[in-house]
Each structure stands twice: as structure tokens, then as C-alpha cells.
Write a protein that binds this ligand. Structure first.
Ligand SMILES: *[C@@H]1O[C@H](CO)[C@@H](O)[C@H](O)[C@H]1NC(C)=O
Ligand SMILES: *[C@@H]1O[C@H](CO)[C@@H](O)[C@H](O)[C@H]1NC(C)=O
Ligand SMILES: *[C@@H]1O[C@H](CO)[C@@H](O)[C@H](O)[C@H]1NC(C)=O
Length: 423
């Protein structure tokens, strides 16, 4: 454009044309200098951010899956970058667990041959006492992010809002869900046992996850959310492994919060489980099934939101002061799957949710959540009342809930994405 206009003017005024050429030369060299500066600025920003995220390690463990796990002293973890937390003592245990966990643990112990979920880095070592394992963030991780600042943060508006399935919103955000949910009460926690799979991701900027959401506030700019589950996210981790993750935000994914320990917030007390690290084993179609249980609850004495993984690992807590609504209680709980569809022109992605199969296929084929529970005002774990289900496009990903003696409240969910019925 600029070149053509310059030539046209140049035919009239030779002097002006020379000036234009000169201007163009000066401009282009200015642009290339600016380009160079922004490149080295980005490099500098990356180096700074890596230094900020990766705290000095007491010991580092190379995981067979390519990760490096840094064992960082409890008091040097990212949470303590927060000015509010600087001088706080770490709570090493919750004051209270929810009631009703004991019976379940006992029932589990009596059931035969249960394989426990492990993280591959355990094969090459363990973290010393008073340290916690943190997955090291690498240069490549930051280079994949849209900006250094956005690394480890979800994009705005990825939360399923069951009561108003606005198709425009569905298409705009590209996020799709198949979930079960409860609302209309005060909730103080949630629990679920989640089937573990390794869904296929079509594009590197898409993801597929299975998680629970503990939500506070309406779906406005100040939505509070605590989330935990497993995810496959090539963008965040650089591979297609199934990984344990957490997330939190107190302003609808805008300025606050992040995945795992990628910002100041969550305080980890557990030395055995690394958030963001892979989990094994994975269930196979028509074969062995594996699941993880996750419990998140609000300690009635201190007000902090704690997380337990499996029946043995108390991972840590989100301090109450991080939140507005959740400082009191949650108003909604959701469980289920989410994928990102980034195919252009109204095409549908072939990224799978759950096992990549529809709920109708049932156990061993479709992915499940079982023993879905909430924590009530009296700190009791109980089956949720009035469970609803929601999906934007049931021909792509679907959900079916049920109740029985063994599994309590449960549901099957997921699907293949693009198919004969979904495009
Ligand atoms: C934390 O404690 C140190 C000394 O113990 C003190 O100098 C500092 O002001 C305190 N910081 C805050 C934010 O309270
Ligand atoms: C999304 O947009 C496409 C076209 O852009 C349309 O065909 C499709 O029906 C929309 N999906 C929903 C759920 O409204
Ligand atoms: C992840 O899977 C996609 C296809 O499903 C593949 O194109 C990509 O190379 C895989 N990425 C890695 C790091 O293995």
C-alpha cells in the first residue's frame, strides 16, 4: 500500500520521491531495530519469568517422561511471593476433614486389588523432607504461550454456564463441556473418583480435561473458581501426557489465578505428588480401568480450601483470602469434561473428551465420574441432591448420570468430537 502511494506521488515531485525513499530507508531500519529490541526483550522477559517461577532446588529429579522435578524448600515455594503470605506460617494439616471419609476408606481397603496411581518421576527419586516437588518450567513452555504473562492461565470465559446455553457464546469461546452440576445451596467442598484416560488432541492449541469446579458468585467478572482433575494440554506442557492439575481464579480468569504452582496462591504441603506431573496408569478400551479421587473442602476452622488426592495425599490449600465469594462458601459445583475446539469455519475438532466414546457404551469403554459428593454446611460428605447435566452439543460430547449402591451418584461422559454426527 505505502509503496504504491509513494510511487504515484513520486511521478509528480522528484524531490518528494527522494525524500520518500529516504524516509522508507530510515523507517525500515527503525522497524528492524525495534524488531530486534522486542526479540531480546522477549528473551529477557522469558529469562526473568523462568527465574521467578523456578525456585532454587534442594535436589532435582529427571523424570522418564522428560520432566524435571525440582524439590523446593517448603518456605521457598511460589505462594510466598505473595505479600499477604510472606510472614504467614504454613498450616501443615487441615484442622478438620469432612465427616464420612472413614467409612469409604474402609470399604476401599476391603475391595480387592486396587492399583494406586503413581507419577513416573518417582522411579528416579524422591524429594527430601521439608521440600515439595515442583515441575520445572522451561524456555519452550514459555515460548509456546501467547505471551509470557499469560503462561499458566486459562483463557477468559471457559466456564460452563448450564442455565443459559447461549450458542453464540459456545461458538465464540470454542470451549465445549459435558458435565453434571448442582446449584442453589451452599457448598463447602466436593469429591469425585475420576476415570483416567488419554484422549487424543487434534491441534496443539487444544486441550481435553476431566475435572471438578467449585464455583462462587454469579458468572460475572468476579467469578471465583477452584478446579482440579487431569488434563492433556500440549500447549501448557509440550506433550500429550495425562497430567494431574489444579486451577484457581477469583476474577473469572482475568488477572488472578493459574494452573498448579505457576503463580502465587496455592500452598503445597505434600512432598510426594507434583502438580502438573503425569499420572499413570491410564485406562484402556475394553481393558483395565483406573481412577483418581479428588476431594476439595473448606476447613471449617481456618476457612482455607484444602485438596486431597487419593486417600493418602493431602496436597495443600488455597488460603481463604485469595477469594471473595469462596471466602464464605460455594454456590455451585460442577464435575465433568471440557475440550477446546479451535477448528475454523464452523468445522468441529476431532479432539476427544474422556475416553473418546459416548456414555452409552458404559463401563470399560466410556469415561466415568463415580461417588460424586458434596460437603454440606455441617462438614458432611453426602450425595448431591438435584444433579443436573449439561452439554453444548450432545452429538459431539454427551453426559448421562445415574445412581446406584456401589457408585452412589455417578455419570458417564465424553465423545469423539468430529464424526458423522458432529461436524
Ligand atoms: C515480615 O517480617 C519481617 C521481619 O520479621 C518484617 O521486617 C516485615 O515487615 C514483615 N512483612 C510483612 C508484610 O508483614
Ligand atoms: C456454530 O456456528 C456454526 C457456523 O458458524 C453453526 O453452523 C453452528 O450451528 C453453531 N453452533 C451452535 C451450537 O450454535
Ligand atoms: C500430540 O498428539 C498430536 C496428534 O494427536 C501429534 O500431532 C503431536 O505430535 C503430539 N505431540 C507430542 C509432543 O507428542
Amino acid at each position: 500500500m505505502g509503496g504504491r502511494r509513494g510511487a504515484r506521488h513520486g511521478r509528480r515531485w522528484v524531490g518528494a520521491s527522494t525524500l520518500l525513499v529516504l524516509t522508507a530507508v530510515v523507517l525500515s531500519s527503525f522497524v528492524s531495530i525495534a524488531g530486534g529490541a522486542s526479540m531480546s526483550q522477549k528473551r529477557l522477559a522469558i529469562r526473568r519469568h523462568l527465574k521467578h517461577l523456578n525456585k532454587p532446588a534442594v535436589k532435582s529429579i529427571q523424570s522418564p517422561d522428560g520432566d524435571i522435578i525440582d524439590c523446593v524448600h517448603l518456605h521457598h515455594q511460589p505462594a510466598f511471593d505473595h505479600p499477604f503470605l510472606k510472614n504467614q506460617t504454613i498450616q501443615m494439616r487441615p484442622a478438620f476433614f469432612p465427616e464420612g471419609m472413614y467409612e469409604e476408606t474402609r470399604a476401599k481397603a476391603s475391595s480387592s486389588q486396587r492399583v494406586s496411581i503413581a507419577q513416573p518421576w518417582h522411579l528416579n527419586g524422591r524429594c527430601p523432607e521439608n521440600t515439595i516437588p515442583i515441575r520445572r518450567t522451561r524456555r519452550d513452555d514459555l515460548l509456546r504461550a501467547s505471551s509470557v504473562k499469560r503462561y499458566g492461565k486459562k483463557k477468559h470465559r471457559s466456564i460452563p454456564k448450564p442455565t443459559s446455553a447461549d450458542p453464540d457464546l459456545v461458538n465464540e469461546s470454542g470451549h465445549q463441556h459435558a458435565i453434571a452440576y448442582v446449584e442453589g445451596d451452599k457448598y463447602y467442598g466436593a469429591k469425585a473418583t475420576i476415570n483416567v484416560w488419554n484422549p487424543k488432541i487434534q491441534q496443539v492449541n487444544e486441550f481435553s480435561l476431566s475435572q471438578l469446579w467449585i464455583l462462587g458468585g454469579s458468572f460475572g467478572e468476579d467469578l471465583n473458581s477452584i478446579e482440579a482433575g487431569w488434563q492433556v494440554s500440549p500447549d501448557l506442557y509440550g506433550d500429550n501426557n495425562t497430567r494431574l492439575f489444579t486451577y484457581w481464579t477469583s476474577d473469572a480468569y482475568q488477572a488472578t489465578g493459574c494452573y498448579n504452582l505457576l503463580c502465587s496462591g496455592f500452598i503445597q504441603v505434600n512432598g510426594e505428588i507434583a502438580m502438573g506431573a503425569s499420572i499413570l496408569p491410564i485406562s484402556s478400551y475394553h481393558g483395565s480401568q483406573y481412577d483418581i479421587s479428588i476431594l476439595v473442602w473448606k476447613d471449617p476452622q481456618e476457612g482455607n480450601w484444602w485438596m486431597q488426592f487419593g486417600s493418602d495425599y493431602v496436597l495443600g490449600y488455597w488460603p481463604s483470602f485469595l477469594f471473595s465469594y469462596l471466602a464464605e462458601s460455594a454456590s455451585m459445583v460442577e464435575w465433568g469434561g471440557e475440550v477446546v475446539n479451535s477448528e475454523p469455519n464452523g468445522e468441529h475438532t476431532a479432539t476427544q473428551m474422556g475416553s473418546g466414546r459416548f456414555p452409552e457404551e458404559g463401563f470399560g469403554r466410556a469415561s466415568y465420574f463415580r461417588n460424586v459428593q458434596v460437603v454440606d454446611e455441617s462438614n458432611n460428605l453426602r450425595a448431591p441432591k438435584g444433579v443436573g447435566t449439561f452439554t453444548e452439543q450432545s452429538n459431539c460430547y454427551d453426559v448421562q448420570s445415574g445412581y446406584n449402591g456401589d457408585w452412589g451418584s455417578y455419570f458417564y461422559f465424553g465423545g469423539p468430537g468430529k464424526s458423522a454426527n458432529c461436524h
